[in-house]
Design a binder for this molecule. Structure first.
Ligand code: COA
Length: 191
């Protein structure tokens, strides 16, 4: 299968979850669109609402096509998957989308059966590192005020620099503390 234009193969990696399960992380491809629709069908209404803030019966195929077709720079999505029989099972997606300013919008969703196993954290970290390599220094996230897991995830990986509340939704602007930017500066070379 030919790579789509700009496909960053260097972002493909294997991740071992806390319980030892191995999953594969890779940038999304346009042909993943039907799998996004199928994964949405498996999401609980609660998780779907936390991600999309609306109660859609199905993820519209044209929206799935848009979500699966990214330029890998201004718009990037990483998926986690693992073999299941003959197929690969999609377990979660982390993405950022260009917005009107220099703070792209970040969003995550993990299938319910895979939540609370460290996968959201792993995908979020991988996304933040990829973003840093692309010069992105801050993000925006819209998070329901009662979504403690997502708020906790953001606070553990970033410094929230702005926070606005609009009804039940927080709009957060945060600067990620990624592995690369968090690394201590190299010691000066000795004379
Ligand atoms: C939010 C979400 C992406 C997190 O992914 P996940 O794989 O479940 O998260 P992880 O297992 O990596 O980590 C969750 C962390 O939240 C913490 N947490 C869990 N429940 C919590 C709660 N009620 N309050 C505070 N923290 C909580 C856990 O301690 C865990 O931290 P740990 O890794 O130190 O144990 C996932 O649950 C999800 O897809 N939810 C539905 C969609 C959604 O909310 N998307 C966000 C929209 S931007």
């Amino acid at each position: 299968m030919a790579d789509p234009p700009g496909y960053p193969r260097e972002l493909e990696r294997d991740v071992v979850l806390r319980d030892g399960t191995e999953v594969q992380v890779r940038p999304i491809r346009p042909e993943d669109a039907p799998r996004l629709v199928a994964a949405y069908d498996k999401l609980s209404a609660h998780s779907a609402y936390q991600r999309f803030f609306s109660a859609m019966r199905r993820l519209p195929p044209n929206w799935a096509r848009f979500l699966a077709t990214v330029d890998y720079r201004r718009r990037l999505a990483l998926i986690a998957e693992r073999p299941s029989g003959e197929e690969m099972e999609l377990l979660g997606v982390a993405r950022y989308e260009a917005s009107h300013d220099d703070a792209p919008e970040v969003a995550l969703v993990i299938l319910d059966a895979w939540q609370n196993r460290g996968l959201g954290t792993a995908l979020f970290q991988a996304l933040l590192e990829a973003a840093e390599a692309r010069g992105i220094r801050k993000f925006r996230a819209w998070v329901l005020a009662d979504n403690m897991r997502m708020l906790d995830l953001i606070q553990r990986h970033g410094d929230v620099v702005e926070r606005r509340r609009d009804g039940a939704v927080f709009e957060l602007i945060f600067a990620p503390r990624t592995a690369i930017s968090g690394r201590p500066a190299p010691a000066p070379a000795s004379a």
